[in-house]
Design a protein around this ligand. Structure first.
Ligand code: AMP
Ligand code: GLY
Length: 420
């Protein structure tokens, strides 16, 4: 089989390493991939948002199956375009990807189908939003409606901060058209849990739960990033909470999408907060999370390609989906300065015995060497019989991966260990 994966980050590297275990795959392409992914798949320099380029490549190269991993191409309808030329895909079509593509859509869906989430109001006029903020409970949360590179959420601690956020989104358009509509919602508290789930619209199979670490610095200080590390399973996600989520959130979301004629097939990501009033949805993503995937897929015992093909055919119920016992930890090594300014071009040295556990996000080949090319450079994952061991192993591996200017958090998993 010839399989292509669209995307080029650590998540895509983890998907590719997992797919590679299936020996039916004779050719694996990454579009565009990156310098680290090049060790595991043939990288083709076609951008992940270039629908026409991706479709032509699939046609010309006889691709049998495609995995569209990032949010942008999913929301733009890449799956629809590939399926129109007969290439089966893992990933939702455009009608279903709106669950991530529009926060207004997802909030209205949850309200209509009684799925627990923060209270909210939607505004298309700035004056009305500013007036509402005169009396809204503080802190409050302001969200741009559309995709905003993961930066479209502002938690405002004061009324002035909230108003500034609304002005910057609606007047200054810092997120472009994504900010033409804003959601202002209730500030929730409690531990956060990420749950990725396979679904074909008939069956919903949650994967092992995980915990992201979004802030740049130790003890959850500093700026928000794309994610500085993850652990799985998440100790806050107890068996009772898991059951409650299945009954009140996961299955109702699948049914709601079906009822709206937007059947979701692919990986549905539930960003949850375990509030004092029970689990609530903070956000949906229409794809695998990054860096959640770098701990979740290494724990998958079943064959990923088989699952993905079954999802695409609507036959998920007929294949095994099993995860290992034990735990995993992923520490992200970044370029010092990220998410602000940083230098790139430094050689990355990964000892051969660690290659299998390193997921490269920001690396390119220059003069035959792998060098840094992004803020998040790579994730180093370890799987072990328990979380303590997984964390210790991941950090001992991190010390053996070297590049100049490397920075990483020293406390990945600390909060999870304290919760146990
Ligand atoms: P993202 O949408 O991934 O940029 O994430 C935004 C982050 O903001 C989430 O991971 C939460 O930590 C936080 N957040 C979003 N909505 C709320 C809310 N209603 N209450 C409290 N925190 C929130
Ligand atoms: N780790 C959060 C995300 O993938 O959106």
């Amino acid at each position: 089989m010839k399989v292509m994966v669209v995307g080029g980050g650590g998540r895509e590297h983890a998907i590719i390493k997992s797919l590679k275990k299936n020996t039916d795959i004779e050719k694996l392409y990454a579009l565009p991939g990156n310098g680290g992914i090049a060790a595991d798949a043939e990288c083709v320099s076609i951008g992940a948002k270039d629908i026409e380029g991706v479709v032509n490549f699939a046609k010309e190269n006889g691709i049998d199956f495609a995995v569209v991993a990032p949010d942008d191409p999913l929301v733009l309808g890449m799956v629809d375009a590939l399926e129109a030329i007969g290439v089966p895909c893992f990933g939702p079509n455009k009608a279903a990807a709106i669950i991530e593509g529009s926060k207004v859509f997802s909030k209205d869906l949850m309200k209509k189908y009684n799925i627990p989430t923060a209270e909210y109001e939607v505004f298309t006029e700035m004056d009305k939003a500013l007036l509402y903020l005169e009396t809204a409970p503080i802190p409050t949360v302001i969200k741009a409606d559309g995709l905003a590179l993961g930066k479209g959420v502002i938690i405002a601690q004061t009324r002035d901060e909230a108003k500034d956020a609304v002005r910057s989104m609606m007047e200054d358009k810092i997120f472009g058209e994504s900010g033409s509509r804003v959601v202002i919602e209730e500030f929730l508290t409690g531990p956060e849990v990420s749950v990725l789930a396979f679904t074909d619209g008939k069956t919903m199979i949650p994967m092992v739960s995980s915990m992201d670490h979004k802030r740049a610095l130790d003890n959850d200080q500093g700026l928000n990033t794309g994610g500085m590390g993850t652990i799985a399973p998440n100790p806050y996600y107890t068996a009772d909470i898991a059951k409650e989520c299945m009954d009140t959130i996961f299955i109702p979301t699948m049914n709601a999408m079906n009822a709206e004629n937007r059947t979701f097939k692919g990986c549905l990501y539930f960003g949850l907060m375990i509030t004092p009033k029970g689990p609530k949805v903070i956000e949906y993503n229409c794809r695998f999370g990054d860096p959640e995937t770098q701990v979740v897929l290494p724990m998958l015992k079943s064959d990923l390609l088989t699952i993905m093909m079954a999802v695409s055919k609507g036959e998920l119920a007929s294949v095994p989906v099993e995860f290992m016992d034990g735990a995993a930890a992923c520490v992200v090594m970044a370029s010092n300065g990220y998410p602000g300014k940083y230098q790139t071009g430094y050689e990355i040295v990964i000892p051969a015995d660690l290659e299998a556990e390193c997921y490269v996000a920001g690396g390119k080949i220059a003069d035959g060497k792998l060098v840094t090319s992004g803020g998040r450079v790579l994730g180093v994952t370890a799987v072990a019989e328990n979380l303590e061991k997984a964390i210790a192993k991941s950090y001992s591996q991190v010390e053996r991966v070297t590049f100049e200017n490397a920075y990483y958090r020293k406390d990945i998993g600390k909060r999870a260990l304290a919760a146990k």
